[in-house]
Write a protein that binds this ligand. Structure first.
Ligand code: FAD
Ligand code: SF4
Length: 488
């Protein structure tokens, strides 16, 4: 284990942030790295629990106490091997994961949990810096060909695992570059895009082919794909945005969050011209929706120079501490304050948007809200009730709809004859990730609905195991939590 008395000697420490006034001047990442000694002390806090509950929180089954111990001892290369045994892309999760492992950490019962995510990021960064992360092409090829549709974290993880098993893998992506929401959803201040590019270089050197700007189901019909490949893995994400069908939602200035975020990410990447510029500069911005996407809109708006940024959430304000009915080690619904929230956004809870107001030219100039409460309805169900007399008008010239995603797009799925549930998630069991059509598998948000990067990587890895088994009758690929230690 780490240091026997480590958890008594050292307090939790994670990378501090640069001050708000500095960080909002650009779109760069703004955390300040810890020194090596500080990171080793953090690794020393791990108690190497008899039952490491952190494992139960991690969808990848990361071998957390093992890499914590290696970091404590300064054995960074070993730590990188342990980490990569279960996680293809710890540099993504080390920056972006909400860290369910930390909520499940035993130390978190009466102390601050081990800073697992920050340790993970630093293991990955050290491994890249030292040149330990190299392409490992398979020694032999099976001759089987696999198409992966979608290059988000699920597609990339499935592709790398299947390539390791010796299959020829082609990843199709309709956007101009691979990465999915990592590249076109998540802003650079949370993860700069060179972090994706350096990993993609390794994947290409290993033999994976990326074909971007190809919309499967539109540019290439499904039956051609079925003819050309021995198996297909759908990793197309849950990209259908939830709408807000109220009066005025067609005004100029009422914009889907993903249109705003994707355009800004392209701007940061160097694109200069857009058909229609969506920009928060000098505007009163209201972000409707309190999740990750909403938070990313807030940080982006501040960096673009918004006058004010307000964030609406229809749910009531959660408590800051763990609610009693969500005990350790479960994931608690408590108030989460992101770095973007701390940049100056006003957060309003229990509020519902009733109507957008426009000027005579059809431009948004304000909106009307009502306060709401959540009460017990018939059968004990919680229902939303508007509080009479609480209508309020807000000044607003950019409203960003960050209301989540309702499911996956169905064009390709329909061409392939795939079954979907009522939310248009493609049906496949976690037992084998097989759809109802032989040879077609599905993983990530397209199967489970809008979720997290860590789940997408986990599903991509698991689906790869089942595709390999389908093609070869057996598989040596690891399943969840089963390490393959020597491999980085
Ligand atoms: C703004 C935002 C911020 C987020 N922040 C976080 C965060 O901080 N932490 C976290 O854990 N999660 C976060 N998430 C969620 C996370 O990004 C997703 O859960 C994850 O990316 C899902 O991975 P995926 O590979 O299943 O799909 P995606 O990342 O959505 O990738 C799917 C890809 O498939 C492509 N595609 C779809 N159909 C086709 C087709 N027919 N042909 C070719 N290509 C196709 C799409 O263009 C896309 O590139 C965030 C989501 C959003 C929207
Ligand atoms: S639960 Fe926390 S303290 Fe225990 S092994 Fe996991 S990281 Fe270490």
């Amino acid at each position: 284990m780490g240091k026997i008395t480590g958890f008594l000697e050292y307090k939790r420490k994670t990378e501090p942030y640069k001050p708000v006034e500095k960080r909002i001047k650009n779109f760069k990442e703004f955390t300040v790295p810890l020194k090596e000694k500080e990171l080793r002390d953090q690794g020393a806090r791990c108690m190497d629990c008899g039952i490491p509950f952190c494992h139960s929180g991690c969808p990848l089954g990361n071998l957390i106490p093992d890499f914590n111990d290696a970091v404590y001892r300064g054995k960074w290369e070993k730590a990188a091997q342990i980490l990569h045994a279960t996680n293809n892309f710890p540099e993504f999760t080390g920056r972006l994961c909400p860290a369910p492992c930390e909520e499940a950490c035993v130390l978190g019962i009466n102390e601050d949990p081990v800073s697992i995510e920050n340790i993970e990021k630093n293991i990955a960064e050290t491994a890249f810096e030292k040149g330990w992360i190299k392409a490992i092409p398979p020694e032999t090829r099976t001759g089987k060909k696999i198409a992966v549709i979608g290059s988000g974290p699920a597609g990339l993880a499935a592709a790398q695992q299947l390539n390791r098993a010796g299959h020829w893998v082609t990843v199709y992506e309709r956007d101009e570059k691979p990465g999915g929401l990592l590249r076109y959803g998540i802003p650079d201040f949370k993860m700069e895009k060179h972090v994706i590019d350096r990993r993609l270089k390794v994947l290409e050197e290993e033999g994976i082919v990326f074909k971007c700007g190809v919309h499967i189901g539109i540019d290439v019909p499904a039956n051609k794909l079925k003819k050309d490949y021995d198996a297909i893995v759908l990793c197309g994400g849950a990209t259908v945005r939830r709408k807000l069908p109220i009066e005025g939602s067609d005004l100029n200035g009422v914009v889907q969050a993903m249109d705003f975020l994707a355009q800004n990410n392209r701007r940061v990447a160097g694109k200069k011209k857009f058909e229609e510029e969506i920009i928060a500069t000098d505007k009163h911005v209201i972000v409707i929706g309190g999740g990750d996407t909403g938070s990313d809109c807030i940080g982006t708006s501040f960096r673009q120079g918004a006058k004010t940024v307000t964030n609406f959430e229809i749910l009531s304000k959660p408590s800051e501490s763990r609610p009693q009915d969500q005990p350790w080690p479960f994931w608690p619904m408590r108030l989460r304050t992101s770095s973007s929230h701390k940049e100056g956004a006003e957060r309003v809870f229990s509020i519902s948007t009733k109507k957008f107001i426009g000027d005579e030219d059809g431009n948004l100039k304000g909106l009307i809200t009502s306060e709401v409460e959540w009460i017990k309805g018939p059968g004990g169900r919680t229902v939303l009730k508007e509080i009479e007399g609480t209508e309020k008008e807000w000044e607003c010239d950019l409203a960003l709809l960050a209301l989540g995603f309702t499911g996956s797009e169905m064009t390709l799925a329909e061409q392939l004859g795939l079954e979907a549930d009522t939310r248009t998630n493609i049906k496949a069991s976690v037992k084998d990730f097989k759809t109802n059509v032989p040879g077609v598998f599905v993983a990530g948000d397209q199967r489970r609905g809008q979720s997290l990067i860590v789940w997408a990587i986990s599903e991509g890895r698991q689906a790869a195991y089942h595709v390999d088994t389908y093609l070869m009758g057996r598989s040596d690929l690891p399943l969840k939590g089963e390490g393959d230690l020597p491999r980085v």
